[in-house]
Design a protein around this ligand. Sequence first.
Ligand SMILES: [Zn+2]
Length: 333
Amino acid sequence: MTNSTLAAFRSADQRPTQLRTLTYHGLAPGPRLLVLGAVHGNEVCGARAIAQLIAELDSGALAIERGTLTLVPVTNPLAYQLGQRTGERNLNRNMAPSAIPQDFEDRIANVLCPLLDAHDALLDLHSFHTGGAPFVMIGPQDNRGTLEPFARAAEEMQLALHTGPHRIVEGWLETYALGVQRRAAAPTPNADRDDQILMTNPNYGVGTTEYMRSRGGYGVTLECGQHDAPEAVQVARHAILQTLALLGLNSRPLAPVPMDREILRLVDVTDRQHAGDRFSRDWNSFDAVKGGELIGVRQGGEPVTAPADGFVVFPNPHGEVGQEWFYFAQQRA
Ligand SMILES: [Zn+2]
């Protein structure tokens, strides 16, 4: 698919009724890899990198020799058509099949979840709104807990390291669940009832990679760079080629992993409590803060400060009341 056919797909005025996937089977056995682009419709670097890859696979410039590669260039076609993050809701939340789908994303999930089930590893390609360096998100360490039991942390870390970014972020679902617990204990007055239900359900924190882990697979979310940065497509492309080499789907040489890396653990989430809550400055994700440093001020004037030395992550100055305002991360000990 070229960029011009991507553009034509986007401008179609019909509401999407299908999900396009392409599968290449190597003629020797091997792992099954799924690569997703545009789970968020305005994050197009993955869709572009996948389009390049399809052209190379179809021309013979690149070949799958072992295992299975499935490519989904545009995972949320409604959001993509609208040129925005979500269609009717965020596809990367509450990911599960439903017997009675309630919205477009439920219908996509009904097709996508069996596809996730049918693969061993997932590379999910995203981009972000404000500037900054690429990073990759991994799941928990191996554990037998109830929230996100997992036994493939070593394979997942290898995948994360080989995708390329210097920065690795962990602890998403645990920290999300911590926020859910607090919201359930102290519901936000006047919050929309549907929002309240969603924001107090830990399943709402389940996206593509969490679903994958819940089904015995593993996967990473690669944030390739700013939405419009041309180099984000190269970051996505490098990660796909590296993953093919790492899993042995072809015989291309594996590039070495970056020597220098930083592992940040999400440890806390702070909700916006009032429309008048304000940040003390325009935070970018991963800005470092000292313990006690002012991050924001509540509507009533109370300061919100860093609990320790760490980093402000995913700041959202326009977050809904009762929903995430910012996450707080620390270096993994
Ligand atoms: Zn995204």
